[in-house]
Design a binder for this molecule. Structure first.
Ligand code: ATP
Length: 262
């Protein structure tokens, strides 16, 4: 069932090695969280898997085939990525932004057809943005804008959805709302989701698997119950804390208490 596989993956920016011999497997139809401290290499890994960055060595396999063997349009049909700080002209309406998600699927003539309109409507509804579809991006709150971008990624109708810190800048309610949307996409549409998250408790809430990156290498990986261990978290983030049990959802959560002094 491993549908994304990276073998001996290394990435350098100029002469600086930021990913060093990474070997990971990402299961299909699951939610995988990439965690790790600032600068550990999470975004670089996400972008390398999505073929935005070329590795200096190693391979990425997508559904059993080397990612380089796909055309750019094929990759865009299989995989959508929402980067950390996406940008679009502020005068765009939500609907116009979401229409861009259909680009990889459009015909040579580039006009939208019935399928495109249906996918756009579905994406807007799934993210609770349908009523805001005529609003300009400049007139949206941070949370609404984030949902508009998620809708654009959804409109692509790709099987894999990659998101880089989808809950950053959102208030608590909107953070949970975004997590619920991702969870429902996974449960109801079988989407394979790979997300970079800073809040370990967000990973605990929805991720089946977690990959922890430290200094450009895989520090550990496993289920959230395996990763959520006080010593493991201390080693990944340099933070002391305690594990508490969320009785409502039957998941462990981490409560940070203090930093570990170097
Ligand atoms: N375009 C770039 N050119 C040079 N160095 C870069 C570039 N992008 C990232 N880096 C460096 O690569 C390292 C890994 O960065 P990356 O963004 O992958 O980390 P991250 O774990 O996603 O960090 P954060 O949690 O802060 O977003 C960092 O040291 C960063 O400064």
């Amino acid at each position: 069932m491993n549908k994304i596989k990276c073998t001996n993956l290394s990435v350098s920016y100029f002469d600086k090695i930021v990913l060093n011999n990474v070997n990971i497997k990402i299961e299909k139809n699951k939610i995988t969280a990439l965690i790790g401290s600032n600068g550990s290499g999470k975004s670089t890994l996400l972008k390398t898997i999505a073929r935005i960055i070329q590795p200096s060595s190693g391979q990425v396999y997508l559904d059993g085939k080397l990612i380089q063997s796909y055309s750019s349009q094929e990759v865009a049909r299989i995989l959508s990525i929402l980067p950390q700080s996406p940008e679009a002209p502020q005068e765009f309406t939500v609907e116009r932004l979401v229409q861009y998600g259909r680009f990889p699927r459009q015909s040579f003539f580039g006009s939208l057809n019935q399928n495109d309109y249906e996918a756009i409507e579905w994406a807007l509804k799934s993210t609770h943005m349908i009523e805001l579809k005529n609003k300009r991006l400049s007139d949206l709150s941070g949370g609404q804008r984030q949902r508009a971008w998620i809708a654009m990624a959804l409109a692509q109708e790709s099987e894999y959805i990659f998101l880089d810190e989808p809950t950053t800048y959102l208030d608590m309610r909107h953070q949970i709302e975004v997590l619920n949307i991702l969870q429902s996409l996974n449960k109801n549409q079988n989407k394979t989701i790979v997300m970079v998250v800073h809040d370990i408790n967000h990973a605990a809430k929805i991720a089946h698997n977690v990959i922890a990156i430290k200094n450009g290498q895989v520090f550990t990986d496993g289920t959230i119950k395996q990763i959520l261990d006080e010593k493991v978290i201390e080693n990944i983030f340099g933070v002391k804390g305690i594990i508490i049990n969320d009785k409502l959802n039957n998941i462990p959560l981490f409560f940070p208490l203090d930093v570990v002094l170097d």
